[in-house]
Ligand binder design. Structure first.
Ligand code: HEM
Ligand code: HEM
Length: 187
């Protein structure tokens, strides 16, 4: 029987991953709730978030292992296994990075954020799309979609924290996670 005190604390999230995460949260909140739509602050915060996402995308190829795409990419096989409710394999339990559903959510949120940057650019910097209704509506719909998905994202993190008896939200702050309850078997 492994007690939580025997479970090792391992450094999982490097400072870049954590900083990008909380800046995305702050920037989104600022643009969704505070800045005036289409103001200089709104536009520059939005472009700043696009730049942060570009850095995170590259970091997924060159950063430490838990930050790499290869360590958590939600392949159809991994997603099928999670969704079918089968017990996780030993190797899946031993992973201390994003779960397949968590990774899918992450990719969705990042894609929507990039979409905000693209539609914002179209509205502000191009003559072709300036004042075009559907671009504005798409921009608004993507911002609302993020606002709807974030509570699910947090709920997922809370449920996974309970399942693993490891506070994932604190982990995104200080960078440490606990190793799984049972050590992986050789299966
Ligand atoms: C606009 C709001 C948010 C966005 C766009 C967002 C996006 C992301 C992204 C992209 C990741 C993956 C991190 C990486 O590998 O770089 C992530 C992970 C995570 N997020 Fe968020 N997030 C948001 C809000 C929040 C909030 C409000 C919380 C909690 C209070 C939260 C908790 C977490 C946790 C715990 C993880 C890591 C899960 C794990 O350990 O696998 N997020 N989020
Ligand atoms: C995190 C990124 C962003 C978020 C959360 C966000 C969110 C929003 C929201 C909620 C609105 C109000 C939509 C409405 O009710 O009409 C809005 C409007 C607008 N946004 Fe953004 N935005 C972001 C990025 C950008 C960027 C990068 C630009 C341009 C460079 C931009 C340009 C505009 C403009 C021009 C409007 C006014 C549209 C109009 O009513 O004519 N946004 N944005």
């Amino acid at each position: 029987m492994t007690t939580s005190s025997q479970r090792a604390r391992v450094r999982v999230w490097d400072p870049l991953v954590r900083l990008v995460h909380w800046l995305l949260v702050a920037g989104f909140a600022a643009n969704y709730l505070i800045t005036e739509e289409g103001s200089a602050w709104h536009d520059w915060i939005g472009y700043g978030l696009v730049a942060l996402i570009a850095v995170r995308l590259l970091w997924g190829f060159v950063g430490p292992w838990p930050a790499r795409w290869r360590s958590f990419w939600p392949t159809p096989a991994r997603l099928r296994r999670t969704l079918s409710g089968l017990p996780a394999s030993a190797s899946e339990r031993a992973r201390i990075t994003h779960t397949p559903l968590g990774a899918l959510m992450m990719l969705t949120l990042l894609a929507l954020m990039l979409g905000l940057g693209v539609t914002g650019y179209m509205m502000e910097e191009t003559v072709r799309f300036w004042g075009v209704g559907w671009v504005k509506e798409l921009h608004e719909a993507m911002a609302n979609a993020i606002a709807l998905l974030v509570p699910l994202h947090v709920l997922g993190a809370v449920l996974e924290s309970r399942k693993r008896r490891d506070n994932l939200i604190a982990g995104m702050i200080h960078g440490y996670r606990r190793t799984p309850e049972e050590p992986p078997t050789s299966s």
